[in-house]
Write a protein that binds this ligand. Structure first.
Ligand SMILES: Nc1ncnc2c1ncn2[C@@H]1O[C@H](COP(=O)(O)OP(=O)(O)OP(=O)(O)O)[C@@H](O)[C@H]1O
Length: 308
């Protein structure tokens, strides 16, 4: 199946000569959740804004649902809902009217039942007559999502949807996102919260200094680049690591009773079996064993450092 979004050789130079994006290529499949990760200033918002037609591209071409975002702007834009990073709402407009108005702007027929549905799923129904200026920051974010959904887009962009929101709202947002995915909506989100990408994204794209470093299924990225640690707790503390175990590069954990062994999860031989045998042969007794997988955060920091 053709990707729902095709980004081909996009470059962006802002006035003043800053190269915010450099030859970016990206295919986004229909129905997936793609998380774009990158440090501040990496170019995530620029990329999203170009796909949504809010910022002009300098070079390249983007197709959304087969429509060129420049020559066929309207058709491309119709398919997209955007939740911007900055809260931009009419302060004296009621929540409900804001949605109605936005839906109208997209040339959609009024549909009170549909709007009620959107408001209910974001727990905003009881706030429908409130003016947006009366709402808390978290509520305003919910309104932004509702507005982005009110013309039934097939693609939803969320630019840092959970920046600065509390844990409960973040969970609610994840819930809404996974529900939308079930309905077949393609979701692209940018985030600084790596655990967010790890928890909900099918694929992760890492972007740094205007370049896409990689785009990979979240799971395989974790598997391919993840390091693991084996933490071995002994029954007695040691004075030092026994010479017989010198070949394993062991380190002490929080105390001298815990040995930490780092290994590559995808390596052919992890060395765990022989380590355990050698520990036993050294006369030591195990109390407990625990493994720890490195997080996407550690992978990300490693990659970005490599590029620096
Ligand atoms: N209108 C503009 N004119 C000039 N430079 C700009 C403009 N907009 C963004 N930039 C620069 O382009 C770079 C990429 O910005 P962008 O907002 O796309 O990054 P980002 O990855 O979304 O960052 P953040 O995580 O901080 O939101 C930054 O260095 C920024 O200063």
């Amino acid at each position: 199946m053709a990707p729902i979004i095709k980004v081909e050789n996009i470059s962006k130079t802002y006035e003043g000569g800053f190269h915010a994006l450099k030859d970016v290529n990206l295919d986004i499949e229909e129905g997936e959740i793609l998380a774009l990760l990158g440090p501040n200033g990496a170019g995530k918002t620029t990329l999203i804004s170009i796909i949504c037609g809010l910022v002009n591209l300098s070079e390249g071409r983007i197709l959304v649902g087969g429509h060129d975002t420049v020559s066929d702007y309207r058709k491309a834009r119709e398919l997209i809902g955007l939740v911007p990073q900055e809260i931009a709402l009419e302060p004296f407009q009621t929540v409900y009217n804001g949605l109605r108005f936005t839906r109208g702007l997209f040339g959609k027929r009024p549909d009170p039942e549909f709007l009620e549905n959107v408001l209910r799923r974001l727990s905003l129904w009881d706030k429908k007559d409130a003016m947006t200026r009366e709402l808390s920051g978290g509520m305003k974010r919910r309104v932004l999502i509702a507005k982005a959904l009110c013309h039934s887009p097939k693609i939803l962009f969320l630019d840092e949807p959970t920046a600065g929101v509390d844990v409960e709202l973040r969970k609610d947002m994840w819930e809404v996102v996974s529900q939308l995915k079930k309905e077949g909506v393609t979701i692209i989100l940018t985030t600084h919260y790596i655990e967010e990408a790890e928890a909900i994204a099918d694929r992760v794209g890492i972007i740094n200094k205007g370049e896409i470093l990689l785009v990979e299924p979240t799971r395989s990225l974790m598997r391919r680049m993840g390091h693991r640690e084996l933490r071995i707790e002994l029954t007695e503390p040691l004075a030092e690591i026994p010479a017989a175990l010198a070949g394993y590069d062991l380190e002490f954990g929080a105390d001298k009773q815990t040995l930490v062994y780092a290994y590559e999860a995808n390596g052919e031989r992890t060395g765990i079996t022989s380590l355990i045998t050698d520990i036993k042969n050294a006369g030591l007794t195990l109390r407990d064993i625990e493994t720890k997988q490195s997080s996407l955060e550690e992978i990300f920091v490693g990659l970005v450092k490599e590029q620096a």
